[in-house]
Design a protein around this ligand. Structure first.
Ligand code: SAH
Ligand code: SF4
Length: 465
């Protein structure tokens, strides 16, 4: 049964969707889901939006217009929580104007007891609180709230169920994210994810393929396979599989033009994965390979299970085996006990690997993680080191951005250029953005574009037949 969807539960939730549809019908009610955090949260929000649309709500353009407002929260860093509380303060005034408005909060932050207590105490106008493990129960919770007019908080300590087969409202028609696994077992010492998302569990490969196939029939041409550590996909499943095997199967889907994935933990990235990517032109030439830190001492304290040299040799192997690959990263500055010379090691990796882009974060202590118990660094000291790292990332990625200028490359057309209605915006397999005149093409088309000029972090080009 491992990895299989709990069908009974999705049938139950669909019944609640139908009941709410009976209540909502023809009332012109609107919803908005506001997402904080990562791609996993984006995907969860698409599921919540899908249920709401099936119930008969239509999407509002702004929070103030919504009859139901859902905040899908993040707890990876402190500032996501701060931003949520700011938004809630404003939402209160919308609710004063529209007495029937409902506010729901879900996501990772709601798995933290102190945050739920704070919301109950300081924001008592919030109607529904639920967590990551019972997100599929949203229709049932909403129905109960509509019936009783009492606030509801339903948080599960843990969860191993996989409930799919519920409606999804995708943000884009031509591309989709799909969870191939949930949770994380790595327990990096700074990170909250394993506590709020639970143990790692993979979805059955047949169900993943079936879901992608049905979306491709609907017009999807690009898929992003999502997991906290996709490289350990398949562990614990009854079917013998792993991430490279899954990728190969996904690539065989007719009509699918591009396959992306996120995120790869460096400790588990295998040679067979590198080979599969190199051999399959459908797989994007882009690997997001979070470094976190360059110093062996800090990497050990972070529980990352690789050394600086392991990381560099992996990155260089990837670059050698996969032509034109782009590498991006997550880098953290200010982990407890990190010194200037530790940060020099991080900068050394950035210069040697030459990232095409990197997210840089100041370390943020998260309650309940081992690193939060360690002695914390002085903020000014961290800020100085952070600035050095950021400057280095910007310099290297700016130099890297120019590397395809003058080349003709495949671009997936993503939409109309916001600044010019006569032009499209698309993306290279490497993930760089390209703008080009339309010339009779449509969104979702793969076109060959000459990259005439690098404009900093994007290219201007034209379609070449
Ligand atoms: N599973 C992914 C990361 C998920 S969290 C991985 O292992 O790569 C996304 C990024 O947030 C991490 O890569 C890390 O750089 C950052 N992050 C996580 N916890 C953090 C913390 N406590 N403070 C600052 N940044 C953090
Ligand atoms: Fe967090 Fe580490 Fe798991 Fe990524 S691998 S989600 S950083 S614990």
């Amino acid at each position: 049964m491992n990895g299989l969807t709990d069908i009974k539960e999705s049938v139950r939730q669909r019944e609640y969707i139908d009941r709410i549809a009976g209540l909502v019908r023809d009332r012109g009610l609107k919803y908005l889901v506001v997402t904080f955090g990562c791609q996993m949260n984006e995907r969860d929000s698409e599921k919540i939006a899908g249920s709401l649309e099936e119930m008969g709500y239509t999407k509002a353009m702004e929070e103030s217009e919504a009859d139901i407002l859902v905040y899908n929260t993040c707890t990876v860093r402190e500032n996501a929580a701060v931003r949520l509380y700011g938004r809630l303060g404003v939402a209160k005034s919308y609710k004063e104007k529209n007495k029937d408005m409902l506010i729901a909060i879900c996501g990772c932050l709601m798995q933290e007891e102190h945050a739920v207590e704070k919301i109950k105490k300081s924001y008592p106008f919030v109607d529904i609180i639920f967590g990551t493990h019972n997100i599929f129960r949203f229709p049932e919770l909403l129905y109960k709230r509509l019936e009783s007019s009492e606030s509801i908080a339903d948080i599960w300590e843990c969860g191993d169920r996989i409930v799919e087969d519920l409606p999804v409202r995708r943000k884009y028609d031509f591309k989709m994210g799909i969870n191939i696994m949930y949770g994380c077992d790595n327990f990096c010492t700074y990170c909250k994810v394993p506590y709020v998302r639970g143990r790692e569990r993979s979805r059955d490969p047949k169900e993943i393929i079936r879901e992608i196939e049905s979306c491709v029939e609907d017009g999807v041409v690009e898929v992003m396979l999502l997991g906290q550590n996709v490289n350990s996909y398949g562990k614990g499943l009854d079917t013998k599989t792993d991430f490279p095997m899954l990728l190969e199967e996904v690539c065989r889907i007719d009509g699918l033009k591009r396959v992306r994935f996120m995120t790869s933990h460096p400790k588990d990235l295998s040679d067979s994965l590198i080979r599969v990517i190199a051999e399959n032109p459908k797989i994007a030439r882009h690997i997001h390979l979070p470094l976190q830190a360059g110093s062996d001492r800090i990497l050990k304290a972070m529980n990352r299970h690789y050394t600086k040299e392991d990381y560099i040799s992996l990155a260089l192997r990837i670059k050698q085996e996969i032509e034109d690959v782009s590498l991006t990263s997550d880098i953290m500055v200010g982990f407890p006990h990190e010194t200037e010379s530790d940060v020099d090691e991080t900068i050394d990796v950035i210069e040697r690997v030459r990232y095409d882009g990197a997210f840089t974060f100041e370390y943020s202590p998260r309650k309940g993680t081992p690193a939060a118990e360690m002695e914390q660094l002085d903020k000014e000291y961290v800020q100085k080191n952070f600035d050095r790292v950021l400057k280095c990332v910007q310099k290297v990625s700016k130099e890297q951005a120019k590397r395809f200028e003058g080349r003709t490359m495949e671009v997936l057309t993503e939409g109309v250029d916001e600044k010019d209605p006569e032009r499209f915006t698309g993306r290279l397999s490497q993930n760089s953005v390209v703008h080009y005149p339309m010339e009779g093409h449509k969104v979702g088309d793969m076109v060959r574009v000459r990259l005439d000029e690098c404009m900093g972090f994007y290219y201007n080009g034209h379609i070449v037949d």
